[in-house]
Design a binder for this molecule. Sequence first.
Ligand SMILES: [Fe+2]
Ligand SMILES: [Fe+2]
Length: 186
Amino acid sequence: MKEDIRRLLEEYGEEILESEEFQKAYQQKHHKIMTVADHSLGVAIISLKICRLLEKLHIDIHERELIISALCHDLGILGRDEKYKNNLECCNQHPRDSIDIVRSLTGEENRRVEDSIRRHMWPLTLHPPKYREGFILTAADKISSAMERMGKSPAAGVSYKKKKRPVKTPERKLPLPGGGNPSEKE
Ligand SMILES: [Fe+2]
Ligand SMILES: [Fe+2]
């Protein structure tokens, strides 16, 4: 992955990548192969690559909003087996649940981000996205999903999964030969 893409992901997506929700996304499978987190990173990376192509055509894109939308578009799907009765409900409801999560993570209500997330399932949803960022997100989502189904991850080698810290067990002090407490030695 090119360095400028990684830098943008970390600059605009830090609060999301570090969040408990995104870390949980590493625990749930998506499209049977990847995790929700890997898929979301893949969508963000492809979105930025599309941005680079559009730049050459002098088409400006709000990169911050696009990255936030991509990283959060499917976070609402976490816990799907407990939350949704069936795939149809999941398909309709998870974008709305993702909007609740993006609001709580960023502390803002951003119409560009929310519209992009709300309509990312288009054309399954009736209305297309209102903004360019939304069209890029829907395209990147489909490209990433297709690649994942072919066993190729656009986010291969990119991970923000936090390592679990090893639990330190306190050192036991052995009794001194002949009795006595080690702390009384000196
Ligand atoms: Fe989705
Ligand atoms: Fe997706």
